[in-house]
Ligand binder design. Sequence first.
Ligand code: PLP
Length: 393
Amino acid sequence: MTFAALASLRDGLGALARDGLLRDRRVVASAQGPHIRERGRNLANFASNDYLGLANHPEVRAAATRAIEAYGVGAGASPLVVGHSTLHDEAESAFARFIGAPRALLFGSGYAANLGILAALGNREADIFADRLNHACLNDGALLARATLRRYPHGSLDRLASMLAASTARTKIIATDAVFSMDGDVADVAGLARLAEEHDAWLVVDDAHGIGVLGGGRGTLAELRVRSPRLICMATLGKALGGYGAFVTAEADVIEWLLQRARTYVFSTALPPAMAAAAMAALAIIEREPERVQSLHANIDAFRTGCAAAGIDTPSRTAIHPVIVGESQAAVALAHALGDRGHWVPAIRPPTVPEGTARLRVSLSAAHSRQDIDRLVADLAECRAVRPESRGG
Ligand SMILES: *Cc1c(COP(=O)(O)O)cnc(C)c1O
């Protein structure tokens, strides 16, 4: 008997390889930081979402270590069974206070949180309106909700308004990245909140790349001064906060509903308690050292200034900077050329980004030195110059 499904999967792998879309994992042989080791090389790390340099911070490590000594490694069960510890409880209070929201709930990951939120708020009769450039997990959440996913062109509030007006769904949910993960631009959350109000919709905001970066570290909603009982905000612990997991903030009753009904909360083992402890330590550092967020922004400014002088377009003001190349193979070649010069900058290809917009994704950290940034800009300018066919786009 031939195994047709396996054969077609092998054809699929062959097609990915032909199209330059095959991904490979490179093995990191050090802790995360501004410099990492790979295959004996020391590379400046422009690939990580560790925007504040907290993933390997001594206080964050110590908090996690102490928590492991006191609570062990695993949570043992889902939060509603026996997995919710003092550390989880304290972390939820700490994040609610930090964000200025009535209540917070910890999830196992950002991916799980978005699925859980959308499936708990939505159902077969719901319409979920999503920005076309949203992170994949918001789209997957619509699938889990069995809701109708209606995607609007990136940032187009006009189109969204007419789609909302045309919708007869009893439950309407607008879902958006706050900072778009491959472009670094910021959603007009205030405008979205107004539309949510006008059309009686929920507004789910994914602040994975805004927490720790915008609003003095408190995130995009703080930066844009948006508040609304219709808002549900998800922020991850795995990026600027340097750990793993996620938390959701909203009205107390919304959080209570998620606790009761979010499938990825109810049917999944609680976050390891040490991750809750690590997140609290990270939060304490952000509150105590505002200069950490400021030095991230100083690095962002330095990168933008250097790029402008080199004729490289940098529209973003967050930690994420796309350098659009166009074709996948060209983006990969540019990433390799930078690798040869000691920089780890990832090439991002379809389907993560739209066809024809393959790019480098430079992510900046407070932990980078000015020299790290200046070297990257100089090498980026030179490597692009020797590849004139990959310019622009
Ligand atoms: C990383 C990311 C997620 C997923 O978070 P994890 O905690 O890594 O699962 C969700 N949304 C956005 C925009 C992200 O960048």
